[in-house]
Each structure stands twice: as C-alpha cells, then as structure tokens.
Design a protein around this ligand. Sequence first.
Ligand SMILES: Cc1cc2nc3c(=O)[nH]c(=O)nc-3n(C[C@H](O)[C@H](O)[C@H](O)COP(=O)(O)OP(=O)(O)OC[C@H]3O[C@@H](n4cnc5c(N)ncnc54)[C@H](O)[C@@H]3O)c2cc1C
Length: 340
Amino acid sequence: MIVGGGVVGCYLGSKIQDQEIWEAKNQMHEKTCSALFSRNIAKFGIPVEESCLNEVYGARFFSDNESFEVRQRTVQAHVCDRLEFQRSVEKMATDNGCKITYGKRWNDEQDDYIMGCDGAISGVMKSMNMTRKFIYTYQVEAQLKSDPDFVQLHFGGFAPGFFAWIIPMNENEAKIGLGIQQGTGNPKARFDEFVAKRNINLSGVSKIQSALIPVYDKKPVTLDNKALCGDAAAQVKNTTGGGILFGCAAADILKEAVDKQDLTYYETRHRKELIPKLNDHDLVSKILQRADYDRLFKAVRERHVDELISEHGDMENLSGLKKQFFKRPLTMLAMARAMI
Ligand SMILES: Cc1cc2nc3c(=O)[nH]c(=O)nc-3n(C[C@H](O)[C@H](O)[C@H](O)COP(=O)(O)OP(=O)(O)OC[C@H]3O[C@@H](n4cnc5c(N)ncnc54)[C@H](O)[C@@H]3O)c2cc1C
C-alpha cells in the first residue's frame, strides 16, 4: 500500500502496478512548492510540457552588497504549474492500474508493505519512532517584473539558515518566497523584512502559501515492512529544499526492492547511491549557513568560481563540481579564507 498521493506517491504508483494509494486530502490539491525542476527531470519520464510556464537558463545570487551569476546556453530548469504537474503524475499512476482513494488517512493499518510517501509530517515516519527538523517557508505569487531567464536567490539576515527566492513564471509574474531554519522566527515576518530590504515592489499578490521542508538527516528509510520515500524520508537537497527529483530517484529503487520482496535492498542502494549526493548538498548548505555572504560572493567572482559552476554545475549531482574544486587547491584555499 502507498500512503500519500503526492507527486512521489503517485510516481511510485506509476512504477508498481495496481497499488492502492491512500490520500488524506479529499481531492487532488496543490502542494506548496515553487515547482522548479532541473532538466534532470527528463530521466523520470514525467511530462512537463503541459505544466511548464517558463524555462530558465541560470541563476543570480545576491547578498546584501555582492552578486554573481551562473548561466548556460541551454535550458537548465522548468518552472511549472504545480497543480498541472501533480495531475500529470497522478495520470501516470492511474494509467498503471493504481487506485487513488481520496479522503483516506492511514492510521497504522497493516499491509504487506507500507510505503510512506506521506510528506514532511509523515505519520508512517512517526510510527517508525523518528523525528525531523524543518525549514519553515512562506511563498506568494505576484506581479513582479524580472528577467525570465534567471531565478534569483537572495541570502541575508532575513533568511537565517536558508535563503529567499524569485522564480519567474514570465517577465511580469513570479513566485517569491523564503525559508528559515526552525526556531528563527516567523516566515511571513521574515518575508516582509526581505521584500523591504531588497526594495521589491510586489503587486497583485495571490496564492499565499506556507509549508515545511524536512531537513535531510541521514536517518534510515526502512523498518520491518515499512519504507519511507520522498519528503517522508527527507530525501531533500539541503541547499535548496528541492525534493521531487530525489524522491523519484528513491521511488525507482523502492520499486526494485518491492519486486525483490526485500526492503533492505532499498536501504542499501539508498545509502550507496542517494546518500552521497544528499551529503554533498548538506555540506554546501552547512558552509553557506556559516558564511559571510558578501565576502563569499566577492571571492566567487574574483576566483571565477561562477564560471566553474556555470560549466560544471548540476542541480542534483555536485560531484562534477567537487572534482573541479579538488583540481584547483588555490581556489579552494581562497574560498575557505573568505569564509573564516
Ligand atoms: C515553498 C516550497 C518550495 C519548494 N520548491 C520546490 C522546487 O522548486 N522543486 C522541488 O523539487 N521541490 C520543491 N519543494 C519540495 C517539494 O514540494 C517536495 O519535495 C515534494 O512535494 C514532496 O513530495 P511528496 O510526495 O514526498 O510529499 P507531499 O507532496 O507532501 O505529498 C504527501 C501526501 O501525503 C498525504 N498524506 C499525509 N499524511 C497522510 C496519511 N496519514 N494518510 C494518507 N495520506 C497522507 C498528503 O495529503 C499529501 O498529499 C518545495 C517545498 C516547499 C515547501
């Protein structure tokens, strides 16, 4: 049985035939999410043509007094309509013979396998005696003129432990949001601080949303006949909070484990293949949390790290970039100095 009919639960249902999917909400709903998916989404066969609102080529990073840009010549990511995207993945699950029952909340019922895809505040995870930490977020859609080719990431005191973002849906409208570490205030108040500090003139504000992002924490993803997948397993990039591609990658492995009737296969391959990549994101996020952003971003420009990221960056897999850093010890040293 699959618990949770979000994107990851439905994607898993598109891989394992004829599953029961229990979804607590009464109907298909839009999850709070920026729905920015890197080009790596193509690997999972989820169609984005129907839901794609915009395509971006790079990102601009801002601190209080510095900025840098990374860009490529080809499309790097799709900005999607989250509800349409959900609809596409649900169709993949039902086309594979799955039955989604809305308004059905899992409450410790038993089955051969309990596949917990029930999101950040997962009941299946709690039944496995686990707890997590969270990033608290606040996001709106609004009219805002911005370069549609670039997402913007803003770092500063307004977003302790995380950042604020502007994700263009077109040149006149954007998703604007912010995340903060648990225990560092109210995300709406922090959002207002961000908007004021960066002189952002929002109008026509709609779709005000707030939600939790689980912090990836290296905890196990299985216990007895239970397996966690997606946000329930905190398979999330700690750099950005993005969880859909890692959740789908985990679902691919979980499908194989179910075929083999062996959940330890899921745990082992998860450790071997996904954890090293999630660890890289965790390391970068820890570095960013301690950084003086002005000094760091200045060093990024002066040492041409922006060019390195443009050439070798991948939104999911940081290993290529890591190798380039190891080939340049002086650059590494300069970056380390900028952070002390
Ligand atoms: C502000 C914000 C911006 C984000 N932006 C991005 C982004 O740009 N790109 C990206 O990749 N990721 C992004 N994410 C993360 C992304 O939204 C999640 O990783 C993703 O939605 C996780 O999918 P999921 O299916 O695991 O969980 P969910 O989407 O949370 O789905 C879980 C489902 O389980 C149901 N459920 C819960 N409990 C039960 C129960 N007991 N019984 C039955 N059903 C239950 C819920 O109703 C829900 O439908 C963002 C998150 C936030 C908060």
